[in-house]
Design a protein around this ligand. Structure first.
Ligand code: ADP
Length: 626
């Protein structure tokens, strides 16, 4: 950059860089003191701190400042206060006003230059530094220009101070160069002593050059490292994304065989074969356990990909708790725990997803039951505290070591294993608890006094503000133990006679042959006339001759998907009633909406529960006559 100082200037315009305030005050004190010694008028515009430091430096050197102030030889102005007055806009973005500058600074310099009592004028200013400190280098440069302008009209010596700290980034080099270019003389900061011998100065320059070189090399090395870190981060993110995709795929694939296994068990139940009853129960229990694990995995990948959207409604917390307790009561019974509840039936209204929030409370209850030795005690308390609903699930179980508490909400983290490993999970329960709680705008924390001292999980959820109509509490009847048999659990054998020879025609379309076969058998056992197809073309061919009244269609079919097939099947029925039921592995609200849009009448998630299937096949419209 070229030097832009005008040669026409009468002023000696010098810039002093500094690192330490003490050094600056000494240098400025020396500069102004020399002026006082030569009977020159002196003007100092500095921050309050520097004004005091400079005065001390001059007083220490033996100058009578009070006398100089009284005679007008020394004028001191507060730079900060002064700058605020004559900057238009903020110091960070504004510009100095030339008229104000001329009025105030010119108003001191001009008369001093004309005052016959003084042999000359010298000034020190650091308003420029205050602009530079705020990154407003343009304003600093403009101010320097105003000083130079004044210097062309009047002869005086001018010293400006700039802190090195205002140019600490390598990108500041250009601004630094510019500041140097608008001054005639540049005085380096204290690391370079101008008063030392020429030989010492050269040595010092060499040292500083080495330091600059080493720092630049280090910066380059760091930049390289930063790039490597960024690349590594991207690689890890990519690996994590692939892992999430794999988990999503894996859980879908694992879910598919579970559907026919559970349906086949239902078929066996319908047949009423009592010799294998015990084994069937074992298979069913284990398959359900597997299904729960797979559901957790699926949920994790949904949460990870942001696919969980809540269907919130206004509910009483008591109904959420009811559902959660109902879900987990078999485990409590099995482990002979006492469950103490302190949950008001009213007054704890919140906006919540009536499916997802019970999952949160259910997971906390399941853990409390799992991680508490048999015949333990689990207490659930819910209360309103200010704008929050605070739910505490407390047990007297194995507790959590202090150093483990921070991690237990992370995916796949498992602490000491449950007493009965068969009930163990994948370390995802609490991850889902936290994610779903956060989606509800709440928080969850864990507390424990240590191993063997029990655990306490505290859920904080925002209470609903509106006193709008409440969704009916979903209270279900319980037996004496506060539990209820699951809909498709033990003792839920269907009454075959009720459906016998109904003769209604059902078409099952699924490319998974086992799933199709199991479902076909089950529907057959329920007394329906049922046919099977494994792809769209076959389904249409069967439909043409069979004329189904109900079609259960898998969505993920090869070549023609379930949505397209639904439209074709409906078209083929020529106005005759056809109930279309989508049977898929996907049960999110968006999946259901898609099915409805495609013309399906119902949407069932695999594995289809026997009771759900009965419901779907019940109350078919009357068959068309002729
Ligand atoms: P999982 O139960 O499948 O291991 P979670 O995410 O539900 O996974 O829990 C993570 C870990 O936190 C558990 O392995 C267990 O060590 C600890 N933990 C959770 N709840 C409790 C509890 N109520 N008491 C003691 N430890 C618990």
């Amino acid at each position: 950059m070229s030097r832009t100082v005008k040669s026409a200037s009468h002023t000696d315009h010098v810039v002093q860089f500094y690192e330490d305030d003490g050094f600056l005050c000494q240098e400025v004190g020396r500069f102004l003191g020399a002026g006082l010694g030569r009977n020159e008028a002196t003007l100092v515009i500095a921050t309050d701190k520097h004004l005091r430091g400079i005065a001390t430096a001059m007083e220490t050197a033996g100058f009578d400042l009070d006398g100089a102030r009284a005679s007008g030889q020394l004028v001191e102005l507060d730079a900060e206060e002064f700058l605020h007055r004559f900057t238009e806009g903020s110091l960070r973005h504004g510009m100095p006003d030339p008229d104000q500058f001329d009025r105030v600074v010119g108003g001191v310099v001009r008369p001093a230059c004309a005052d016959g009592r003084f042999s000359g004028v010298r000034a020190y200013g650091e308003m420029v530094d205050l602009f530079a400190e705020r990154g407003n280098v343009a304003a600093a440069a403009k101010l320097e220009g105003l000083w130079n302008q004044l210097g062309r009209e009047h002869r005086f010596q001018l010293l400006c101070g700039y802190s090195m700290g205002n140019f600490r980034r390598s990108e500041d080099f250009e601004a630094f160069q510019h500041i140097c270019s608008v001054h005639e003389h540049v005085r380096p900061a204290e690391t370079y002593d101008e008063r030392s011998s020429h030989a010492d100065q050269r040595r010092r320059i060499a040292e500083l050059q080495q330091r600059a070189y080493a720092l630049e090399a280090e910066v380059a090395e760091r930049r390289k490292l930063e790039r490597t870190i960024v690349e590594e981060q991207e690689r890890l993110l990519e690996a994590n994304r692939r892992k999430d995709e794999f988990i999503a795929l894996l859980s879908h694939e694992l879910r598919n065989p579970l559907a026919p296994i559970l349906t086949s068990l239902d078929i066996m139940d319908v047949r009423g074969d009592s010799s294998s009853r015990r084994e069937r129960e074992i298979i069913r229990r284990q398959a359900r356990h597997l299904a729960t694990l797979v559901e957790d995995l699926l949920d994790l990948s949904r949460v990870a990909s942001g696919k969980v959207s809540l269907q919130k409604q206004l509910v009483e917390f008591a109904s959420i708790a009811d559902t959660a307790i109902e879900m987990t009561s078999p485990l409590f019974q099995e482990r002979h725990h006492t469950l103490e509840l302190s949950i008001p039936t009213e007054g704890l209204l919140l906006e919540a997803d009536p499916v997802r929030l019970p999952q949160v409370v259910g997971n906390l209850l399941t853990n409390a039951a799992k991680y508490t030795p048999v015949r333990g005690r689990v207490a659930v308390r819910a209360e309103r505290r200010g704008s929050e609903i605070v739910v505490t699930v407390e047990d007297n179980g194995i507790g959590i070591p202090r150093d483990a508490i921070a991690d237990i909400f992370a995916p796949f983290v498992q602490g000491r294993q449950s007493i009965d490993r068969a009930g163990g999970g994948l370390g995802l329960g609490l991850t889902l608890v936290r994610s779903i709680t956060q989606l509800h705008g709440g928080t969850v924390t864990a507390e424990s006094d240590g191993p063997g001292k029990g655990s306490r999980f505290v859920l904080r959820l925002p209470a609903a503000r509106a006193a709008a109509p409440v969704t009916r509490r979903i209270v279900r009847a319980r037996d004496g133990n506060g539990t209820r048999a699951h809909a498709n659990g033990k003792g839920a054998l269907p009454d075959r006679r009720r459906h016998a020879s109904s003769g209604r025609r059902v078409l099952v379309v699924d490319d998974n042959r086992d799933a199709a076969l199991a479902l076909t058998h089950l529907i057959g056992q329920l007394g329906f006339d049922v046919r099977t197809a494994h792809d769209g073309a076959e389904a249409m061919a069967v439909s043409a001759t069979f004329g189904p009244e109900v079609a259960l269609v898998d969505i993920g079919l090869p070549s023609m998907d379930g949505y397209a097939l639904a439209t074709r099947l409906r078209g083929m029925r020529d106005g005759a009633p056809l109930r279309l039921i989508a049977i898929t592995g996907y049960g999110q609200a968006t999946d259901r909406a898609k099915s409805m849009l495609a013309g399906f009448d119902a949407h069932a998630v695999k594995p289809v529960d026997l009771e759900v299937l009965r419901g779907l096949l019940a109350n078919l419209p009357k068959p068309a006559l002729g």
